[in-house]
Design a protein around this ligand. Structure first.
Ligand code: COA
Length: 156
């Protein structure tokens, strides 16, 4: 993803989510050094995007989306595979994500790619019909955590 792609990414997100990201939000992730991926078919129109941010010893998948006319053609799978590959090549312990418990397509995708549910986070998403729980899921790369025991403990 380049900064010139961020408006198209925001347009795509408006097509597929109730709470879309703005172009400025995508640009901010680029500036932060997050993994910002786009899927472009041959004609250079945008088919999908994914954003993941490195946090402690895991990559956090912040968003992934595929334009409706490109769905069920393997685009989401390839974007997610690229995120997993990045986690493996950077020696991170895992890729983690949150997903609405009602989002069957995303849940199927994550399970098909080897993600496991960790726990259910109550009232994580707010929508027009009220609050909804999320599944927190992760994919383990097999790498050891680089965090030292007690590294997160407050200063004495
Ligand atoms: C979830 C999403 C990214 C999947 O992208 P996609 O390109 O359609 O997914 P793929 O074609 O790579 O599908 C891979 C696998 O995911 C599962 N899957 C994807 N869409 C599915 C659906 N509608 N119903 C059931 N399973 C589905 C299947 O297991 C599929 O494998 P298969 O086609 O061999 O059966 C896409 O539906 C999307 O953009 N949804 C709206 C945005 C969103 O919900 N993002 C996730 C936020 S957590």
């Amino acid at each position: 993803m380049l900064v010139t792609d961020t408006t198209a990414c925001a347009d795509l997100d408006r097509e597929i989510t109730a709470k879309p990201w703005s172009a400025a939000m995508f640009a901010e992730e680029l500036e932060l050094g997050s993994l910002c991926l786009i899927a472009e078919p041959d004609d250079h129109s945008l088919a999908g995007m994914a954003i993941a941010r490195p946090q402690l010893d895991e990559w956090h998948l912040l968003t992934i989306g595929v334009r409706p006319e490109w769905q069920r053609q393997g685009v989401g799978r390839r974007l997610l595979a690229a995120v997993i590959r990045r986690a493996e090549t950077t020696d991170f312990r895992s890729v983690m994500l949150e997903v609405r418990i009602s989002n069957k397509a995303a849940l199927h995708l994550y399970q098909a790619m080897g993600f496991q549910p960790l726990y259910r986070r109550p009232r994580y998403y707010r929508g027009p019909d009220g609050w909804e729980d999320a599944w927190v899921m992760d994919f383990r790369t097999g790498k050891k955590s680089t965090l030292r025991a007690g590294a997160m403990a407050p200063e004495a």
